[in-house]
Design a protein around this ligand. Structure first.
Ligand SMILES: [Zn+2]
Length: 133
């Protein structure tokens, strides 16, 4: 395939891809690791948790504030509410079901809002450390 991008465009695209590494989930994983917490990702268990501490049966979800309707920062767009609301509602229902299913199998579920990592990442890490017992 012929490269149709200019050098500038190319570097812009690369910057965008690189930006993915700074998303809250990655930041949080690095923090946990720095605290000596060893975890798994893509662990095959109900609801596909973002992070799993297998030995302690702890499932951690990093919930996007918009998609999971964070009470603090989710602002639904005024237009197209009929489009967004059912989608978000479905996510919330799924979250509840996942929590229930995991708990019934002896898992501890920790849900962390994206904004918690952005605003107080140490507090979010503490949530996990406290749950380790
Ligand atoms: Zn939030």
């Amino acid at each position: 395939m012929v490269d149709t991008f200019t050098k500038e465009q190319r570097s812009q695209i690369m910057a965008k891809i690189k930006g993915k590494d700074t998303k809250p989930e990655i930041i949080f994983r690095k923090l946990l690791y720095s605290k000596g917490i060893r975890y798994r990702i893509h662990y095959p268990v109900e609801g596909k948790p973002d992070i799993v501490i297998v030995s302690k049966k702890i499932a951690i979800f990093i919930d996007g504030c918009f998609w999971h309707k964070c009470p603090k920062c989710c602002r639904l767009p005024r237009s197209n509410k009929d489009y967004w609301l059912p989608k978000i509602q479905r996510n919330i229902e799924r979250d509840k079901k996942t929590n229930k299913a995991l708990k019934s199998k002896g898992w501890k579920v920790i849900r962390i809002w994206e904004h918690e990592i952005k605003e107080n990442s140490q507090g979010a890490v503490k949530k996990v450390i406290d749950s380790l017992g």
